[in-house]
Design a protein. Structure first.
Length: 228
């Protein structure tokens, strides 16, 4: 299935969740501190990281920043705090999802599947380059350029941008975006799309308050204009 790195200072959770994920078919490495997590990232790159926020020493925010400086591996943050500022901080830092403790292992398993399923389902359809305005999106290299300069996006942000560019000139509802990025079985989980769009605008737009690329159609959805 997938190589998962679980970073959490709760050793009971490490044991129980690690066993659950292994029974689900994943290869799991568990570490109990941020410093150990950074070391594990370098020695054996995972397909996905489960990262606790509150840890002594090097906390989850610091680990996320170090990770994002070096890699684009998907990250799910695990936290006891579900306040919106914390959630926005996680997304701003490059997290792909955010799960609030306490959570059921089945719930987390579904989130893991959703994140892992965000890879293109049809590799042949993913080949090539998409362009819009001064943006260039290389689908093979998972690279975005704006006026020739690289733009760092998280895997989820990249896939949302691709979904909008592939339907350029057409308004997509939040459900359609989620279906394109996560899969149709997650179509009802639209709550975070607005936040992802906000972060995309901050990274892509020269003036996020006057967006050129990702526009709102009130009460309908979002559109990447056919011209611009």
């Amino acid at each position: 299935m997938a190589r998962i790195l679980l970073i959490d200072d709760d050793r009971s959770l490490l044991e129980l969740l690690g066993d659950y994920l292994r029974r689900s078919g994943h290869e799991v490495t568990t570490v109990a501190s941020g410093h150990e997590g950074i070391a594990a990232l370098g020695s054996s790159p995972p397909d996905l990281v489960l990262l606790d926020v509150t840890m002594p020493g090097l906390d989850g925010w610091q680990v996320l920043a170090r990770l994002r400086a070096e890699a684009s591996v998907p990250v799910i943050m695990l936290t006891a705090r579900g306040d919106e500022p914390d959630i926005l901080r996680g997304f701003a830092g490059g997290a792909d999802d955010y799960v609030t403790k306490p959570f059921s292992f089945a719930q987390l398993g579904a989130r893991i599947k959703a994140v892992l399923d965000r890879a293109p389902r049809e590799p042949s359809a993913a080949a090539g380059v998409l362009r819009g305005g001064d943006l260039e999106v290389d689908l093979d290299q998972h690279r975005v350029l704006r006026a020739g300069e690289p733009v760092e996006l998280t895997p989820t942000e990249f896939r949302i941008l691709v979904a909008l560019l592939r339907q350029r000139g057409r308004v997509l509802s939040a459900r359609e975006i989620v279906s394109a990025v996560w899969g149709s079985e997650y179509a009802d989980e639209t709550g975070y799309i607005r936040r992802y769009v906000w972060h995309l605008r901050r990274k892509l737009e020269r003036d996020p308050s006057q967006p050129r690329y990702i526009l709102n159609e009130r009460s309908i959805g979002y559109i990447f204009p056919a011209e611009g």
